[in-house]
Design a protein around this ligand. Structure first.
Ligand code: B16
Ligand code: MG
Length: 217
């Protein structure tokens, strides 16, 4: 029996939220807008364009289209400086164990991320080879909670949505998986991710018995 397992990237495979935070914070401060880590939480799973729109709204700022494009570029340049220094030591605990187990069980594996930098990050942490399909911010036009990113992943793997399992750390991502009629697994805080079918604090809490149950379900 073959299932598809779709992994979000930021917050599930690696913790890049801290780099997004540094880059957004510098940008916000340069505009005289304060930006807290609590606000950064609200940008998880949110696209780059939408993130900047939110920061500007928090600071009550309006800017021209040209300035908007320039700022997005600037933020990404700084973010790239951080992620190009990443290596496999930044993979979150037990992610390789779970990926290897699913591979050994002959399951289909995809990435479903909103990030346009997903391929660079996967290469840096040497995980690209583990994925049969990679769907990221360069392939999708609709942001989570729209299910587009996961539906394209399912299609690329040739598995119907009800046989797909999604690992997500963001509320919008869990909602997207639920709308796609997939099994949603929240990785993180149970209070935040309460809409997920299952919730684990991280991959160390996911054992082979659970994965095997998902495969056989
Ligand atoms: P980029 P995910 C998302 O990735 C991040 O959670 C979010 O904070 C970020 O703004 C978005 O990617 C876009 O990233 O600027 O690299 O294109 O969680 O969907 O893997
Ligand atoms: Mg995420």
């Amino acid at each position: 029996m073959k299932k598809a397992f779709i992994f979000d990237l930021d917050g599930v495979i690696v913790d890049t939220a801290k780099y997004h935070f540094l880059a957004w914070q510098n940008l916000a401060n340069s505009l005289g807008i304060s930006f807290s880590s609590a606000q950064n939480e609200q940008l998880k799973g949110v696209s780059r364009v939408r993130s900047l729109e939110k920061i500007l709204a928090w600071g009550n700022k309006t800017i021209s289209e040209e300035e908007f494009t320039r700022l997005m570029h600037e933020k990404n340049e700084e973010y790239l400086e951080y992620i190009t220094k990443m290596d496999a030591s930044e993979i979150l605990p037990d992610v390789p164990r779970v990926l290897d187990y699913l591979m050994a069980q002959n399951q289909a594996i995809a990435l479903g991320s909103a990030s346009k930098n997903a391929r660079i990050i996967l290469d840096k942490v040497a995980l690209t080879e583990k994925f049969h399909a990679i769907v990221d911010g360069t392939n999708v036009s609709k942001a989570k909670p729209d299910p587009e990113v996961f539906l394209i992943g399912a299609q690329e793997l040739g598995v119907s949505p009800e046989h797909c399992v999604v690992f997500e750390d963001s509320v919008a991502g869990v909602q997207a998986a639920n709308i796609a009629n997939m099994i949603s697994i929240g990785i993180g805080d149970a209070d935040v991710l309460h809409e997920a079918d299952y919730i684990f604090k991280d991959f160390t809490a996911i054992d082979e018995a659970f994965l095997s149950k998902l495969i056989k379900a």
